[in-house]
Design a protein around this ligand. Structure first.
Ligand code: XMP
Ligand code: MG
Length: 178
């Protein structure tokens, strides 16, 4: 099956506006404190870098990354979560914000939050740019959510299909081509 870009689902302006709102919300809760922002590679990279630049300068932000096994060249979840890269930072006693591009079945986020909680952070919150609630298999807590979207595969702004299209500044849906 070949995929091509279809429509813009969320344009740059809406992305920018929502990222600012989320950064403000986080700022209200963490002003004056230290916050360790953890991005899940590679999809969350663009969202995370925009989000932290919008945060209040009075928050002492540190960043780190984790990588987990991904969908590969498929649009369906394997349900298998494997840590490919772990944190460099000790999060014990710290305020932590886990940033993901999208929550779909919820398997990745629930696995990661369980794993990070075992490391005894002071607090752990989750922030996802996109949420596909129709596809949830396990309940997960999302503290900050960018947009709820329908059950369609999307790319752009960090999200990819087979490694492609992460660079697009907006979120696009895909269409199939015979
Ligand atoms: P789960 O199912 O564990 O999925 O909640 C989270 C991960 O699945 C990937 N994913 C997508 N990636 N477009 C993408 O580019 C999509 O529409 C999509 N849906 C799920 C993504 O890597 C996320 O981290
Ligand atoms: Mg991802």
């Amino acid at each position: 099956m070949n995929y091509r870009l279809s429509d813009v689902l969320i344009d740059e302006q809406r992305l920018r506006g929502r990222v600012r709102e989320i950064a403000d919300e986080i700022g209200r809760e963490h002003r004056g404190g230290e916050l360790i922002v953890i991005g899940v590679l590679k999809g969350a990279v663009l969202f995370l870098s925009d989000l932290i630049r919008e945060m209040d300068v009075d928050i002492c932000v540190k960043i780190d990354f984790m990588a987990v096994s991904s969908y590969g060249a498929s649009t369906k979840s394997s349900g298998v979560v494997r840590i490919v890269k772990d944190l460099d930072t000790d999060i014990k006693g710290k305020d932590v914000l886990l940033v993901e591009d999208i929550v779909d079945s919820g398997l990745t986020l629930s696995y990661l939050t369980r794993l990070l909680k075992e490391r005894d952070p002071r607090s752990l919150k989750t922030c996802v740019l996109l949420d596909k609630p129709d596809r949830r298999q396990v309940a997960v807590r999302v503290d900050y959510r960018g947009f709820s979207i329908p059950d369609e595969f999307v790319v752009g702004y960090g999200l990819d299909y087979a490694g492609l299209w992460r660079n697009l500044p907006a979120i696009y849906t895909l269409r199939t081509e015979a």
